[in-house]
Design a protein around this ligand. Structure first.
Ligand SMILES: Cc1cc2nc3c(=O)[nH]c(=O)nc-3n(C[C@H](O)[C@H](O)[C@H](O)COP(=O)(O)OP(=O)(O)OC[C@H]3O[C@@H](n4cnc5c(N)ncnc54)[C@H](O)[C@@H]3O)c2cc1C
Length: 457
């Protein structure tokens, strides 16, 4: 059979649909968050309806050799969910958040987005922690680990994952958890999309309702950046902060005289008592006279703001771990930021600790729980042709800040060369991941990802 006739047979078999290039919604269906990948033209997009459909698509890929790209929220920074000539397995039609309020758990479709999920569960004063952006897919972020506004209080997203429905490369539909296929369940919690396609995820919900959250912008200096990190680390687990050091972009909510000045732009949530929140966030506020103080009491789901602002076409990122951000490190970062030629460059700081660090490193495939913070060096730009220049810039600063210490956070890993992916994991975690990959995906069917290659036969 030709690929075309196999595709027609697949379309007949699916409950969902196969969207071919001639279909009017083809372009929209394959759109990625980063425009850099939107020129890619897959053979087709298979918009699956359920796990049985996923098994059929996997069978198609196995039989024809057509490469699969799995797509949920479409936010891959390296275009892993986009494809040139392959088949995109699109999970966006697998929606639904089935709440078990009494049990404080939820089963959720693999195509649901973080903001969408949080709005539904938030109605009941219950949440699961995801990242800082509502349009990111819940399954993409979970498989990489998941840090955001609640990780110091509740742990990473993977720490709230109770189980999942996963279709493996042999087409089997498995319900996995600590007791069923525990090795697979261990691997999907940090090992990325290497092991199967998750059609439904089972999460623990936590009572979090009203919080102090939003944006705080301070003028930056090396000393202020170091102090900001110290104060964030000393705060209780109720405070999780995403802080960006950058030259202020010309944003409408910033006074014009600040544009181009060095700032710390921090988004945060304090989920403790109002008194503790005022006191701990007050320490950050008092580090300098705020340029913008948008912190307010809100219901947690409101932290996911509307995303109507334009975003860059491409992003270079280098993600490293650090245990201490000194004034000298901050000075080096600021010097580098002033020399970047990207439209916007940032050193993003995410302090870990709290509940993240209370779980053993070998409990999941995220093996960096003892590290104090994730540092993401990022450069955003409109012309993807400039990627080599900006990749080199983020690499230089990232290496400097890592200070020779190993590891990367896979959700922000802006390079998928085999050496970089391997170096992202501690050696013992890597060996275990390779074992699981070899057991469940010996032919590397799931390869459009931060790939963990199976051992050869
Ligand atoms: C603007 C922005 C903000 C972000 N903020 C955060 C943050 O605060 N915290 C954080 O931890 N990360 C963050 N990330 C990183 C993000 O978690 C990863 O890029 C994640 O992979 C995106 O998931 P997605 O489903 O949206 O992307 P997709 O591009 O759809 O998926 C990426 C890859 O994940 C795998 N995958 C996705 N769904 C499945 C599934 N159901 N089964 C099997 N494999 C699957 C596949 O390999 C797929 O190619 C952010 C990214 C962006 C672009």
């Amino acid at each position: 059979m030709t690929n075309e006739s196999s595709l027609r047979a697949l379309a007949n078999d699916l409950t969902g649909e196969v969207i071919e290039p001639t279909h009017p919604s083809f372009d929209q269906t394959k759109t990625s968050f980063y425009d850099e990948f939107n020129d890619r033209k897959p053979l087709a997009v298979a918009r699956v309806a359920d796990a049985a459909d996923v098994a059929r698509v996997i069978g198609f890929s196995r039989d024809t050799g057509v490469r699969l790209a799995v797509r949920a929220g479409g936010h891959s920074m390296l275009g892993h969910s986009a494809s040139e000539g392959g088949l995109v397995l699109d999970l966006s039609a697998i929606g639904g958040v089935d709440l078990e309020v009494e049990k404080r758990t939820a089963w959720v479709g693999g195509g649901v987005l973080a903001g969408e999920y949080t709005r539904v569960t938030g109605e009941h004063g219950l949440v699961t922690g995801f990242g800082d952006t509502g349009s990111v897919g819940i399954s993409g972020i979970t498989f990489g680990g998941g840090v955001g506004f609640l990780h110091r209080k509740l742990g990473m997203t993977i720490d709230s994952l109770l189980g999942a429905e996963v279709v493996t490369a042999d087409g089997e539909i498995r319900t996995i958890d600590e007791g069923n296929d525990p090795d697979l369940f261990w691997a999907i919690r940090g090992g990325g999309g290497n092991f199967g396609v998750a059609t439904r995820l089972h999460f623990r919900l936590h009572p979090v309702d009203t919080v102090l959250g939003g944006m705080l912008i301070l003028p930056a200096s090396p000393a202020l950046v170091a102090d900001f990190v110290s104060v964030s680390r000393e705060a209780s687990d109720d405070l999780s902060v995403v802080a960006g050091v950058a030259m202020a972009p010309p944003l409408p909510f910033l006074p014009p005289e600040v544009h181009g000045e060095l700032i710390v732009m921090a988004f945060m949530v304090h989920a403790g008592s109002p008194e503790t929140a005022e006191r701990e966030v007050g320490r950050l506020r008092s580090l300098a006279t705020p340029l913008v103080d948008g912190l307010e009491t809100m219901r947690y789901p409101e932290i996911y703001a509307d995303e109507d602002a334009p975003h860059p076409a491409a992003m270079s990122v280098r993600s490293v771990f650090s245990d201490d951000l000194t004034i000298e490190d901050a000075e080096a970062a600021i010097t580098a930021l002033t020399s970047s030629t990207a439209d916007m460059s940032v050193l993003q700081i995410r302090v870990l600790g709290g509940a993240v660090a209370r779980i053993p490193n070998d409990a999941t495939a995220f093996g960096h729980r003892h590290r104090a913070m994730i540092l993401n060096v990022a450069a955003a730009y409109q012309d993807p042709g400039q990627r080599p220049e900006h990749d080199a810039w983020v690499e230089d600063l990232g290496e400097h800040l890592a200070g020779g210490s190993p590891g990367s956070y896979i959700n922000f890993l802006g390079d998928d060369s085999p050496e970089t992916v391997r170096a992202a994991y501690p050696p013992a975690t890597w060996q275990r991941l390779v074992d699981v990959k070899t057991k469940y995906d010996q032919d590397n069917l799931f390869s459009s990802n931060h790939n963990i290659a199976p051992r050869s036969r």
